[in-house]
Ligand binder design. Structure first.
Ligand SMILES: [Mn+2]
Length: 322
């Protein structure tokens, strides 16, 4: 290895010349960005920006997801630089994907937070890029959906979650991780009739018209039937995917604020995310990874895999169009 190679084949978060392509630096060292993408605030030429939102002030129980983006980035370094398994293509080589860093916000000014986040995502979308966001608690998805709806109109949402997050809350100024989907429907930015919630296992009689495939049903009908049902509802409608890591069973994702037993396994989630390829994904997020409760790191590992699968889903459709 030449001296020049030695300089460039480390810290590819900063040293990589090209937004595309694998990074073969040691996975155990160097500066960490999501999957060694370039860590940059320059969105020129970027197809998809991965961004972190370290906000956890809206939780009903255990906090800690403010540390989620950092943990997910670190866990992403465990993934192979080769093409992701089961997809037959490498989105990291075919698309310009950057780590856009974290949202800056005043942690003590919660009322000002949603607008700051919406502007952050709008900046990415208006630069012509898609976004995949690393949370943060689930309240963040409302501001992201507002930015998406402002550009694309009302969206389908595919939500993986133990909870529907549709508990009634007509105070639009409240910032709450359990009511954001209620608000999204009331604001008209999500079309519930063309949206699906997967993995639900907490009671909330008002479904608001969402198509729910609850966790017992996932276990009963199996992955392939779940994928068929998701496709049937979403069709080719523009879709935002939000993945609350508590969709997974606490055995697979203990590091989260409101764990509920009876959830999906990592294998089920992987099979379903890969089995719905072809839906029109405009962007997504993985939320509620709480490192202080993640005793083995398994939750952050799952979160990093989910983020990668979201990128694969987004790229699959875009790739088919080009
Ligand atoms: Mn949730």
């Amino acid at each position: 290895m030449s001296l020049e190679d030695a300089k460039n084949q480390v810290d590819q978060a900063f040293t990589r010349q090209n937004l595309r392509g694998p990074s073969y630096e040691n996975t155990f060292g160097g500066a960490t960005s999501f999957l060694r993408r370039r860590y940059t605030k320059d969105l020129a030429g970027v197809d998809l920006a991965v961004t972190g939102v370290p906000f956890d002030q809206a939780v009903t129980n255990r906090p800690g997801t403010r540390l989620g983006p950092r943990a997910i980035r670190e866990a992403s370094a465990l993934q192979s630089p080769d093409a992701p398994y089961g997809w037959g293509y490498d989105p990291m080589s075919e698309f310009a994907i950057a780590d856009y860093g974290d949202l800056a916000f005043d942690y003590a000014d919660v009322p000002a937070f949603p607008a700051a986040l919406q502007a952050h995502i709008a900046g990415i979308l208006n630069a012509g890029a898609a976004s995949v966001t690393l949370g943060g608690d689930h309240s963040i998805t409302l501001a992201i959906l507002k930015a998406y709806a402002a550009k694309f109109g009302p969206l389908s949402v595919l939500q993986f979650d133990a909870h529907t997050d549709t508990w009634a809350d007509d105070n639009m100024d409240r910032v709450d991780h359990g009511t954001f989907m209620y608000k999204a429907v009331k604001l008209g930015i999500v079309d519930p009739a063309r949206s699906v919630q997967v993995g639900i296992r907490t009671d909330n009689p008002d479904t608001m018209g969402f198509h729910i495939i609850d966790a017992p049903r996932v276990h009963e009908i199996g992955n392939r039937a779940v994928c068929d049902e998701i496709r049937a509802v979403l069709g080719d409608h523009p879709t935002y995917v939000t993945f609350d890591i508590d969709c997974l069973d606490p055995a697979f994702a203990p590091g989260t604020g409101t764990p509920v037993w009876g959830g999906l396994s990592s294998a089920q989630a992987a099979a379903i995310l890969r089995g719905i390829r072809g839906i029109d994904v405009l962007g997504g997020d993985v939320v509620e990874v709480s490192p202080p409760f993640d005793t083995t790191g398994a939750t952050a590992i799952a979160g990093a895999h989910v983020a990668m699968e979201l990128i694969c889903l987004w790229g699959w459709t875009r790739r088919a169009q080009t």
